[in-house]
Design a protein around this ligand. Sequence first.
Ligand code: NAD
Length: 492
Amino acid sequence: MTTLSTTLAKRLEDPRLFRQYAYVNGKWTHGESGREEAVTDPATGEALGHIPLLEAEQITAAVDAAEAAFVHWRALRADERCERLLAWYDLIQANREDLATLMTLEQGKPLPDSRGEVQYGASFVRWFAEEGKRTYGETIPSPIPNASLGTIKEPVGIAALITPWNFPLAMITRKAAAALAAGCPVIVKPANETPFSALALAELAERAGIPEGIFNVVLGDPPEVSKILCAEPRIRALSFTGSTRVGRILMEQSAPTVKRLALELGGDAPFIVGPDMDPKEAALAAVAAKFQTAGQDCLAADRILVHESLHDEFVEHFAERMAALTVGNGLESEIDLGPLIHGQAVEKAAGIVDDAISKGATLVAGDQSQAPGANYFMPVLLTGITRDMRLWQEESFAPIAGITPYADDDEVIDLANDTEYGLAAYIYTHDIRRIWKLLRALEFGMVSVNSVKMTGPPVPFGGVKQSGLGREGGTCGIDEYLETKYYCLGAL
Ligand code: NAD
């Protein structure tokens, strides 16, 4: 058994929230072959602990456990499931500080952002606890003589949830709370970079009285585990948040068992600044929309499109605000940007900046010699971004801002839609006719006007095009885990 790292031991009020095992059928489980993987703090490179890599039979055992537990969980009344979920919500809130500390240690984001994510993640548990009581069916006027027609909603079955490292807690609760409220057991496969948030959630689920086999966390080699989960016919739904690249693989692997799929994939959000805007107000908003989670955010403002009449002033204000951002270890106070998740992310970011400069972009600000450590990337501002550059075409997932001028509404619509992604878009303008025209023309699942914040439990989160399928949150988020059964009662 590996020992609790000294950093974690010193920092957690409740060290039992730090688990280095998988969680299957209500039991903390080590790998059968002894294979392990280290989990490191991206800020320091220090090993925080280890996770076991489970064998194929152990993943199948999690499915067996979920199958057995499903019978009882689906038979509970919705208000009984609601009580368990509310107990889980209370425990997440009560342990917010420890959960935030674990998250900052494994993910790197500043502690206030981690606290915000715990709060955000918990809010989905409360929302879906209540939504589970409103999974209404319908009564259908009958065209068949003497018959009564209608629908009832039933849980789809076991759900596999595969989640990313950038939001290690909220991406789990946004899925799991909906599934559990609908009556489905879940098998969570978190990112190997950030497993400890998932395991702490499992510990709290157990304390909340969520029965064994209902909330499982499996760990292992990601392609190996995902292949087993996708091929498993007893798993009826797969909900994935991550890159479009991996989303495509999982979609293909799920085809033979025809699973219900929810895919929350990449984004490459345009941030449109209209000619009527105050350039300073718009620049401050754009900085906030770009640098959250050090740019490792599917909602990050990746393509900043500024009307040519205010381009230069906007760039000045953006650069001034960006210069005030602090970069450092997320455990320290007054930090705006933590490290990137690992060295490959830093290499990728540097490659994207070099590519843009080699194709004619201007480097306005961003000096990597100031980076406080190996996994850090200082914020970069580039102007003159064109469609042939990687920064335009790819999701950088790094603190690199690129600005492109445009002449009129038609041009900006064409620029904004020039992407395989369609997750979120931002519009900054007070011109109501322009707002409506852009809102209708933008090919994105979510459009936010004059607001950086756009998400929360009551809203449908999701994208179009290659940003994915399905919606999480809102009144429709639970539908991903429900089947509609139609009935026809003939003359009785
Ligand atoms: P990723 O696709 O590399 O990994 C996501 C999950 O898939 C992880 O659990 C990982 O272990 C697993 N995985 C990785 N390679 C795999 C493979 N070959 N086969 C099967 N599983 C595999 O994504 P990431 O780097 O963890 O996260 C960043 C991506 O997630 C970005 O593209 C971002 O836009 C996206 N994201 C989307 C949303 C959304 O709601 N749309 C939210 C957050 C992040």
